[in-house]
Structure formats: structure tokens, C-alpha cells
Design a protein around this ligand. Structure first.
Ligand code: NAD
Length: 360
């Protein structure tokens, strides 16, 4: 869509609809402030789709997503669908849409708002240096998908094996995402591998170095994964963007996000070669608080900021505006239950949305 963006919105289940409602109000505010036009179309996925159509990812949803510039997702799943046939569980919808959109890169920022530093698990002197990093994880290759794999009997005992395998083109395209993301941030990229032991990592490092030639403005470093896991807790302030393969990224992105303390604050993006990407909070559908106006909408609102930044080259100002409004809201003391502290102003999902809008 010219001079705007077509967004496929999937509220999903549990708190999905509540948090997405606040995200849509933020998009309306962006239109009011910047004149950016958004065409929003809603689609079904997860438990809501199973109830309405019998499958977690209807064909129509895939069609609509593919015809959009970006997809914004709330969350899917819940106890209601826990006992149904595993082949049509709500989470299957997620895997299906990632595949249909060819999403091979997962971007998870871990940033600690200074206002929430009490929630951080690290020592105050480490926190004081700030945490604002992005983990770019390869999503479709490596040990999770490599073949041959399996369990078989060898010499009278069972042996299990997987295969960490990467083709050059897979490394090149994820390295590019890492460099491009660094360009939109502080221009520092750390490639994490295990090149001292693994052949696949040696190829990884070679290709990353080749791609670096196209990004002379980005400062590249390399780190072994065991050291990276340590450095993330010793001094996370040294990182801007980390790019790494699937298994290492699975572990490092969880480590990076948990140190910031709150699951209700963290957005994510999954990207392919081209639009549409998929943008969603990292948390689930929180059935325990669904329908009670208790959910923290900030991870979803920050996912909207990522959506604008990574689906377009010209919406950085809109993304900045949203992120600054979230920071200001926290500075004013507004807190949902999950990030509540002494002396803060406890609000519900909608009132948190109100406060962000007022600060935009
Ligand atoms: P969860 O993230 O939904 O909830 C874990 C805890 O964090 C709960 O106590 C919940 O109340 C709290 N929480 C999560 N998001 C919050 C928010 N925005 N504000 C305030 N508190 C929040 O994880 P779970 O309980 O393991 O899973 C619940 C359901 O969500 C399951 O069906 C699971 O499969 C699904 N799930 C979906 C996704 C996704 O859609 N991407 C991701 C993870 C889990």
C-alpha cells in the first residue's frame, strides 16, 4: 500500500483481544499525528479459529497475511484447546503461519527501561550501565531441522543424533538481517558461534565476514557462544545487535529477555526475505488473567513500534514516538499488575493504553 500500510491483525485467544485493542488505538494515534494511513483487516488463528472453522490456521488467514505489508499477532492457545488432537492445536497455527510467510529471522530486543530496573535480576552496578540489545536468531535451520536425525540402535545401545547444518545462503541472509538491524540501531553487530569446535560455525564466521564487506559502517565482532552466555549477565551493555544460529539463539534470546524481569514488556519480530513480517509480544495468551482488564499491553504496543520500523524504511519517527510514549508512561508511574512496585499507580490494560496515547 502506497503512503501507508496494510496490516493483517490476528487477536487470537486469552488476553489477545484486549492487548490488540490497545495496539490498534496506538495505530489510530499514529495516523492522527503523522497522517500515516493504515488499512486493518482482522483474521482468525489459534483457538478462535478452531472454534469458528475447525482448523488453527484457515486458508483465508494465510491469504490475507500474504496480501498485507505486516502481520500483528496477540497470542494463541489456552486450556480450552489443550486436550484436542495435537495436529490441530492452536500453536500449530503459529508454526503454520511462520512457514507460509517464509520467516527465517527472529528479532527479540531485550531492553530495560530505567524505570523498571528493580525488576531486573542483575546487580545494580551492572544495570546502571543500561541494557538495550537485540538478538537476531536464525529460525529455520541448524540442529532443529537438520537431517539425518533420529534415534537408532548401534552396537547394542540406543544412539540419538541431530545435525547442525547450514547452507551458505541461509547464513548470508540471516547475517544481512543482523547488519541491517544494526544499521537501524547503534551500528554494532556481534556474531555468536562456536568456531573453535564446530565446522558449521567456521563456515558461519567466513560468510558473516564476507557479508560485512557490504556494511563498512557497522562494527563487527565475533564471540563464542559460551562466552556470550556469560557476557550477557556480566555486562549486557556491551551488546547492540547479536546475530546467531537457531539453537544458540533460542537459549541466548531467552536469557537476554529474562534478565530484564518482565514478560509483559517484550516485543518480537519474525522476518523473511520481504514483507510481510510477523510482530507479536513474546508472552502467551495468559488465560489466568484473560477478560479481566489486567493484561499489560506494552509488549504488544512495542511490537507495533517494531512493525513500523522493520516493515518500512520511512516510519522510524513513528516507531520512536511510540517507544518514547511507553517510556514516559512508565516514568509517570503507571504499572499493570505484572510490573507493579511500591508507590506505583496500578492500572488495567485499557488505562495503560490511555496513558500511552496521552503521551504520544
Ligand atoms: P503466558 O506467557 O501466557 O503466561 C505466563 C505468566 O505470565 C502468566 O502468569 C500470565 O498471567 C503472565 N503474563 C503473560 N503475559 C502477560 C501480560 N501481557 N500482562 C500481564 N501478565 C502476563 O505463558 P503460559 O501460561 O505458559 O501459556 C498460556 C497459553 O499461551 C498456552 O496455551 C500457551 O501454549 C500459549 N502461548 C502462546 C504463545 C504465542 O501465542 N506466541 C507463546 C507462549 C505461550
Amino acid at each position: 500500500m502506497q503512503n501507508g500500510m496494510k496490516i493483517c491483525v490476528i487477536p487470537g485467544d486469552g488476553i489477545g483481544r484486549e492487548i490488540i485493542a490497545q495496539a490498534l488505538r496506538v495505530l489510530d494515534k499514529v495516523t492522527e499525528k503523522f497522517g500515516t494511513r493504515f488499512e486493518i483487516e482482522e483474521a482468525l488463528m489459534g483457538g478462535a479459529a478452531i472454534d469458528a472453522t475447525g482448523v488453527p490456521l484457515p486458508e483465508e488467514t494465510v491469504k490475507l497475511a500474504l496480501a498485507s505489508d505486516a502481520v500483528l499477532l496477540g497470542a494463541v492457545g489456552g486450556p480450552k484447546w489443550d486436550t484436542i488432537d495435537p495436529a490441530i492445536r492452536p500453536e500449530r497455527g503459529l508454526l503454520g503461519i511462520r512457514k507460509a510467510l517464509g520467516l527465517f529471522a527472529n528479532l527479540r530486543p531485550a531492553s530495560l527501561f530505567p524505570e523498571l530496573k528493580q525488576a531486573c535480576y542483575l546487580r545494580p552496578d551492572i544495570v546502571a550501565k543500561g541494557i538495550d540489545l537485540l538478538v537476531v536468531r536464525e529460525l529455520t535451520g541448524g540442529a532443529y531441522f537438520g537431517t539425518p536425525k533420529g534415534v537408532e540402535v548401534r552396537d547394542g545401545e540406543r544412539v540419538g543424533f541431530n545435525n547442525m547444518i547450514y547452507a551458505e545462503h541461509e547464513i548470508r541472509r540471516i547475517a544481512k538481517v543482523g547488519f541491517e538491524a544494526a544499521r537501524k540501531r547503534r551500528k554494532k553487530l556481534c556474531s555468536v558461534d562456536k568456531a573453535n569446535v564446530l565446522d558449521v560455525s567456521r563456515l558461519w564466521r567466513e560468510i558473516v565476514l564476507e557479508v560485512a564487506g557490504d556494511y563498512p559502517d557497522v562494527e563487527l565482532s565475533h564471540m563464542y557462544v559460551d562466552n556470550a552466555a556469560m557476557q550477557l549477565v556480566r555486562d549486557p551493555s556491551q551488546f547492540d545487535v547479536i546475530v546467531t544460529e537457531n539453537l544458540f539463539g533460542d537459549i541466548l534470546s531467552d536469557e537476554a529477555s529474562v534478565i530484564t524481569g518482565s514478560i509483559g514488556m517484550l516485543p518480537s519480530a519474525s522476518l523473511g526475505e520481504k514483507n510481510p513480517g510477523l510482530f507479536e509480544p513474546i508472552h502467551g495468551s495468559a488465560p489466568d488473567i484473560a477478560g479481566q482488564d489486567k493484561a499489560n499491553p506494552l509488549a504488544t504496543i512495542l511490537s507495533v513500534a517494531m512493525l513500523l520500523r522493520y516493515s518500512s524504511d520511512s516510519m522510524g519517527a513513528q516507531a520512536d514516538c511510540i517507544e518514547q510514549a511507553v517510556q514516559k508512561t512508565l516514568a509517570q508511574g503507571f504499572r499493570t499488575g505484572d510490573i507493579r512496585e511500591d508507590g506505583s499507580r496500578l492500572v488495567g490494560c485499557k488505562a495503560m493504553g490511555d496513558a500511552v496515547l496521552a503521551n504520544m
